[in-house]
Write a protein that binds this ligand. Sequence first.
Ligand SMILES: [Zn+2]
Ligand SMILES: [Zn+2]
Length: 336
Amino acid sequence: MPELRRNPFTDEWTIISGYRGSMSRSFVTRSRAQADGGRCIFCEGSEALTPPEVDAIRPGGSTRDTPGWTVRAIPNKFPVLTVDKKLEKVPDGMFDLMSGVGAHEIIIESPAHVSDWTQLEPAALFRTLQLAQVRLSDLKKDFRLRCPMFFRSVPADETVTHSFSQLVCLPTIPGGMKKRLAAAKEHYLRKERCVYCDAIAEERRSKVRVVFEDELFVAISPYAAESAFALTLLPKDHIARFEHATHEHLKSLALALKKICELIDRALDFPVYTVSLQTAPFISSTGGVNVDDCFHFSFEIAPKVAKLVGFEHPFAQAFNPVTPEHAAEIYRSFLL
Ligand SMILES: [Zn+2]
Ligand SMILES: [Zn+2]
């Protein structure tokens, strides 16, 4: 009963087999030891130990780089890319070279020493999303930047245990996003509809892959999920860009993201996972189609599978041993 399913968001095919046994040892799990907080550079009071902040939410109006913040954005101390450069594109023989322009920031999600989103109050997660929105809108003004990324990794063994997420803006559009844009454009050209809106309507009709939903968001186990127990969280309203989500959307999003993190911990016994935002790049059209019409922002949550059962291939062929319907059923059984 293995089958190949087409992912309508990427136009890639996933091999899905029907493993239904226990997945308890199939994920990389993380250590649950709590750091003591001593000399943590992200805790309130350690502001002098980090690079100067780029922005923060300070309800009492305290001055920058001092205590009194609820969420704080700083440049990454070891940035992959930096904005303090000129964007130069030059040929290098037959190859192409570009200077490493881009932004790489850290968002410290709480002044208190908490380690992940399950321990953050929804209000703190809301403020984190709010600051991420402000930072993205600000970086968008830099004409050199094209592709925003916002993500959080929950690794096995963290060097910094204080809860933080990362924001990166690239001067180019990476391959994964190009595929998404192309698939969204193709669907729009054929049907004059957003492929994500269509998928949301279909999933809500059949219900088999819906894990939970509220008024504004729906969490699904996607039809052609590229890894076991992956989840996608989408706004029900058509919103292409995360920076355009309203306060009501961000409040609902914070609750849904926290719920997913708690659900994953209960269902899969504290796995390592990543949460990543998929949002429209800073371009207005793709192949003649308006990006705001064809794209739709989402969050993807992917637990890290320990090993692919009997499947290793050099061509990055997506293989998922668990049907998304079975994963949804398991998740729903762990909902409180
Ligand atoms: Zn801390
Ligand atoms: Zn849509």
